[in-house]
Design a binder for this molecule. Sequence first.
Ligand SMILES: [Zn+2]
Length: 408
Amino acid sequence: MTANCRFCGAPLAMTLVDFGATPLANSYLPGPDAIAFERSFPLHVMVCNSCWLVQTTETVPAEVIFDHGYAYLSSYSDGWVEHAKTYAEEMVKRLALDEQSRVIEIASNDGYLLQHFLAMGVPVLGVEPAGHAAEIAKAKGIPTRVAFFGEETARAVRAEGICGDLMTANNVLAHVPDIRDFARGIQVLLAESGIVTFEFPHLADLIEHAQFDTIYHEHYSYLSLAFVERLLRAVGLEVFDVETLATHGGSLRVFAGHTCVHAETGAVQAVRAREEEMLLTTPAGYLGFPPRVESLVNGLLSFLQTAKREGRRVAGYGAAAKGNTFLNVAGIETSLMEFVVDRNPEKQGMLLPGSHIPVRPVDEIMSAKPDYLVILPWNIAPEIIAQQTCIRDWGGQFVTAVPELRVL
Ligand SMILES: [Zn+2]
């Protein structure tokens, strides 16, 4: 079966990785009875040799993805809420936002970001497809539309006389099936001199640090600045500034506006130069990736097998999407990892998709006293290590597996 690029339509010919059929990384199972009904979908990532969008070949329908009530709630991560607060304060200052302005966030989740603008007296509007998260936001007093964002939703909001002086879409661009329609929607809803910021994990870091576990079905696109500039230009927007962030193992925060409104900063050229040096718009930029993935998978697997032979107890921390990709690609199951703990009460008592490892409350660490605690969402490892110093009491050690196996 040949697939075509979801942006430019060119036939895709170059595979980055093909993980075969795996369950959706966020479809936790309520119990053992559900295992028989678990569904798997191909997870194959290809590179477009025409526009250089790195992408999954299959689009799992949004109804399937949102068909579970355990949606990710941003407020469960302290680090993320802090990141959001800093951003809000910076943007209010930079754009001189006040009670006459409006901030529109796409994929506003449970209001983790907009609540900070609201507290500073700036009117806000959230657009969020997951009804559960939207209800939590509304309860905080944050006006929220329950909708998938695209040109149609944008036109409907604009028709009510609403537009955004600041629009923001954090960690959503990569999750949009029709990325061009999404960008058009931004163009429609952005005020004439308005600014839109996008945050997304940077493809350069994915490649450089072998972050293969950020690949999962709901993550359709793996974005470079080069591609995002191409996408935005196609709808009449242009990038004029960019910041590099440590979030998700290395992200970009791109600032864009309507064409010819804002002056470009030197930071844009610096990121372009890094991508050029990494050859991300040539096939050569991708050749070293598959062997590194194989070596990481084999490294963790043999570490866990050795731990088992030595009679060590192993638990995981964080029932996150990226952990699920790693566990499923490596074929790690309960024989090698007894359980995983997570702070989100909605995930506790469930089984991880594919590996069927049970999810327990964080307290379980204290009672089980594992010798090794494998931190699955390595991007928040420092936060977790600081919270779980208790494992040192019984000589326990932390393990992270990306970008290399580390026992801390
Ligand atoms: Zn393409």
